[in-house]
Design a binder for this molecule. Structure first.
Ligand SMILES: [Zn+2]
Length: 309
């Protein structure tokens, strides 16, 4: 039993974000992007960790006891909201036995609050048919501007819980927004030559990124969220890509790379592994470097398949 407890705490430590040894607020999040924003807004006053790693599918995180233990002493829990974490968070939160971070308390934050939500479904939603975005598309962290909304929101939450450091949280959020705006101008310039060009993501998780940078989306490799493609569906997608001249497929480390490569190859294009989450691939240690890698790898793929506009 003792060794089990020891290995669980070692695992917990591995999940910790690079942060000060002592913190006024211990923050846990559902996504690495949210932990990165929390750390940048919190600075030296906050220690932030994410339960889902950047290379894990945020829809399907195993609700392990180690996750419950990792948030036992958290002061704040930042959920992605929009039910992205609905498959596991309702098990992990009560399992933590931490009253400070349960939904409805001041320590529980829905990071999607204030974000302009895209793809809100109309009519009835049927989860059995693989619909995993019942409240609209939850992958808003693909848009740099949406993360500014999150940064401002977290600054208000941290100030409320830790008023002594309110001025620092406000200043850090302002600096975050300024750096994001400057970076966005750079990323927009890199993708500007490809405005209106279509790409095919594996999952419906690129709408915020595509909208921000003027790219078009051309279906998905998976026929419906959470359901892998059949050989026939792969054939149909390849044929329609050929007709429309669409050449770039993007996927994350936790999706079926082989299906993506097969589709791209048969359509005469390329499949690129792109990190949508911080920590998904090397050199994506915070939200800024994540977008650096995302934008440059997509721009490179588009340059290679459009004759380098
Ligand atoms: Zn999704």
């Amino acid at each position: 039993m003792k060794s089990l407890i020891r290995s669980l705490s070692v695992l917990g430590l591995c999940l910790l974000w690079a942060a000060p040894a002592f913190a006024d607020l211990n923050v846990a999040t559902s996504l690495t992007d949210l932990a990165s924003v929390a750390q940048l807004v919190g600075g030296g006053h906050v220690k932030a960790q994410s339960l889902c790693r950047g290379y894990e599918d945020p829809h399907f995180v195993p609700a392990k006891p180690s996750l419950m233990k990792a948030i036992q002493h958290a002061d704040v829990y930042v959920s992605s909201g929009l039910e992205l974490d609905i498959g596991w968070l309702p098990l992990v939160l009560p399992g933590s036995r931490n009253p400070k971070i349960q939904p409805g308390t001041k320590g529980f934050v829905d990071a999607s609050e204030g974000v302009n939500v895209l793809e809100k479904p109309r009519g009835t939603v049927n989860r059995a048919e693989g619909d995993v975005h019942p409240l609209g598309n939850p992958h808003y962290y693909g848009d740099p501007k949406a993360l500014e909304v999150v940064a401002d929101h977290l600054a208000r939450v941290f100030s409320d819980l830790d008023p002594a450091n309110a001025a620092d949280y406000a200043a850090n959020a302002k600096a975050f927004d300024a750096k994001m705006d400057a970076s966005l101008a750079k990323w927009e310039a890199m993708l500007a030559p490809y405005k209106g060009t279509a790409i095919v993501p594996y999952h419906k998780n690129f709408i915020y990124f595509a909208d921000r940078f003027g790219l078009k989306l051309f279906g998905t490799v998976e026929p419906k969220p959470g359901i892998p493609p059949s050989p026939r569906q792969i054939n149909d997608l390849v044929e329609s890509m050929k007709k429309a001249g669409v050449k770039v497929v993007v996927y994350q480390p936790y999706y079926n790379a082989e299906a993506c490569r097969q589709v791209a190859k048969r359509a005469g294009g390329v499949a690129v592994e792109v990190p949508l989450e911080v920590g998904g691939l090397p050199h994506t240690d915070d939200v800024f470097s994540k977008f650096d890698v995302m934008v440059s790898s997509i721009a490179d793929a588009l340059a290679g398949t459009t004759g380098g506009k």
